[in-house]
Design a protein around this ligand. Structure first.
Ligand code: M6R
Length: 608
């Protein structure tokens, strides 16, 4: 979604802002712009499309100055166009402002301004903010911003400056992340820490209803009631290296190959092998309460939702909890029983997903114990939950989530193990799980070694337009995740189904042009999966099977087989995920798709 980068210091701002915007490209956007000032002149450049097009345009204009703000826009109000791109300016071209989020009451505010004679240049909700700030400005920009934000409903992360104060950037946030970067004799700000890492690893996260003023040699933070906020900078451990492609063609491929490390990081220091249990420091403070719960709800969106679906099967197997899984966008509007016997776990890579955050706030209001499983340290969900666990998977740049999904599945297994060992799970079963977890990284590496073969299979399927993915039990969520990966990055239609549902509808789709990807582990579902496959073959459907190593029967039933090492039933789906990620990746590559930045998608969905 939209991205913000700001700079104030002694260096030329434009290259820093452009480089920062490029670091945010992975989040998804359709236009970009910047405003840079040298104290006398302010240069404003905006362009539809890629940041590189903006860069080209700037070359002609040559924007010089040591302070500026920049933005990538993902259209919500008004189509992608130069007038709708940010920075937005008002009638007097004095205030330059970039905005992430949505101003919900912008229409009524705009009507008032129109009555007063204001004229608007864009269709955006953001432009209303600029006009209002100009109206309220009496020489103190921060004071005007605070007054205006009292009138506003909705979410915002904003950064702005005034032509008359060329040594000051004002930032404010409610519901949309903004992070200050403290450099040497310079300050930066961004909506995503990746845009700061090249310059500093010292950051301060603004909280909701806070405003920051960046001057050339100092900064200050206050709340909207003018109370001063003192907050220490945090050190970010991810280096810029972790966010680079390291020779891979795409971030997605790099992140697929990072999965053995992501699993090792998820397990590091968290397994007490002799006791067949896990240790999760982030849950220590709430462990007694958690053990006493009757219900747990997993709330999340997209791929993180599928991690929750898999966790339901795992928790049901090893704990006494009754488990619910819900899309965060549905959860927040349902009348659910959420009381002191209920834990709600938000699962989110970014920790900023608007629906997941809203769901947690709703659950908190009703007295549930709210927990988080997030990858981005210091993100809003991490801060707003009572306790939780970090993935420590490193930055995930590819829009299609891969390594964080796997890491989520591992950590959810650790959580089930932790609770289960206080409930029904025996030491023997606990040991069984911990040993199988330890083997995962090595097994994942063996699957990744097969990438060339998976590429060769994927190439042969790249011309089809529809795909069905099927699995049973633990592998049903994996079928849905596999289908999501394919549709996100290749724009092909793919559906994930519980294989048992085939006869209740989807089998009508099967013909020689509608291939099926079947997940066929050697477990209690095997015979039934073979029956499903035979029904598909009887209708001339092609089948690619993800099957267990050593399964000598499967090749006789299907067109192509990808073999994966065997694990215990609850962990087998983690291994089965990897071939599906690679299959989707190679099909998308064969079709020439923009894999890391698929159309219409954003890495972090910060609006409802
Ligand atoms: O950051 P989150 O995990 O909360 O994001 C949730 C979804 O938006 C995300 O998983 C999305 O579905 C990905 N593009 C999946 O690849």
């Amino acid at each position: 979604m939209c991205g913000i980068v700001c700079y104030i210091g002694s260096k030329e701002a434009t290259p820093i802002l452009i480089e920062g915007l490029k670091r945010l490209e992975y989040r998804g956007y359709d236009s970009a712009g910047l405003a840079v000032t040298d104290g006398k002149e302010t240069c404003l450049v905006k362009e539809v499309g890629k940041v590189s097009r903006l860069e080209e345009k700037i070359k002609e204009d040559s924007c010089r100055g040591t302070m500026g703000i920049a933005h990538t826009r993902w259209a919500t109000h008004g189509r992608p166009s130069v007038p709708n791109a940010h920075p937005q300016t008002g009638e007097e071209d004095k205030v330059f402002l970039v905005h992430n989020g949505i101003i919900e009451n912008y229409l009524s505010l705009k009507e008032e301004l129109l009555k007063k004679g204001h004229t608007f240049n864009s269709e955006t909700d953001t432009e209303v903010l600029v006009h209002l700030i100009e109206e309220y400005y009496e020489g103190d920009l921060a004071a005007a911003v605070k007054k205006v934000l009292r009138l506003v409903q909705g979410t915002f992360g904003i950064a702005l400056f005034h032509r008359d104060s060329p040594d000051q950037i004002v930032l404010a946030r409610r519901g949309s992340p903004l992070i200050l970067g403290i450099g040497e004799n310079e300050y930066l700000a961004a909506s995503d820490v990746n845009a700061l890492l090249r310059h500093t690893n010292q950051v301060i996260h603004l909280k909701d209803n806070e405003l920051a003023i960046l001057n050339r040699d100092d900064f200050s933070i206050s709340d909207f009631q003018d109370r001063r906020v003192i907050r220490e900078a945090e050190t970010i451990e991810w280096g810029q290296d972790a966010a680079d492609k390291k020779g891979f063609d795409h971030y997605m491929l790099k992140e697929i190959f990072e999965q053995p490390d992501a699993v090792e990081n998820a397990l590091r220091g968290r397994l007490l092998e002799g006791e067949g249990v896990s240790h999760l420091g982030g849950l220590e403070g709430v462990l007694d309460r958690l053990k006493a719960m009757e219900r747990i709800h997993f709330v999340s969106c997209g791929t993180s939702y599928y991690a929750g679906l898999l966790a339901r099967y795992i928790f049901e197997k090893v704990t006494d909890f009754s488990v619910e899984v819900e899309y965060a966008s549905e959860f927040r509007y349902r009348n659910l029983r959420l009381d002191e016997k209920t834990a709600v776990l938000a699962i989110s890579q970014s920790g900023e997903t608007a629906d997941t955050l809203a769901a947690i706030r709703e659950a908190k209001r009703k007295g549930a114990l709210c927990l988080g499983l997030v990858n981005v340290v210091g993100s809003t969900i991490a801060k707003e939950t009572e306790a939780g666990v970090y993935n420590h998977a490193g930055p995930e740049i590819g829009v299609a989530s891969t390594k964080v999904f796997l890491s989520q599945c591992v950590i959810l297994t650790l959580m089930a193990l932790l609770v289960g060992r206080y409930q029904r799970l025996s030491l023997t079963e606990g040991l069984f799980i911990t040993r199988a977890l330890r083997k995962l990284p090595g097994q994942l590496r063996r699957i990744l070694d097969q990438a060339p073969r998976i590429e060769e299979i994927a190439r042969r399927y790249a011309q089809y337009h529809n795909f069905l993915y099927i699995g049973r039990l633990y592998n049903f969520p994996i079928a849905m995740e596999g289908a999501l990966k394919l549709k996100e990055i290749s724009y092909l239609h793919a559906e994930g189904y519980a294989a048992g549902e085939m006869k209740h509808g989807p089998i009508s789709l099967i013909d020689p042009d509608f291939p099926t990807v079947a997940i066929v582990p050697r477990d209690s579902t095997y015979e039934k999966m073979i029956n499903n496959i035979q029904e598909i073959k009887a209708r001339d459907g092609k089948v690619v099977a993800v099957a267990a190593e050593g399964d000598s029967e499967i090749a006789g039933h299907v067109d192509d087989v990808i073999s994966v090492p065997r694990s215990i039933d609850i962990l087998q789906p983690l291994l089965n995920t990897i071939p599906l990620q690679l299959f989707a990746y190679y099909i998308a590559r064969e079709r020439g798709c923009d894999i890391d930045k698929p159309r219409n998608l954003a890495k972090s969905v910060t609006v409802e």
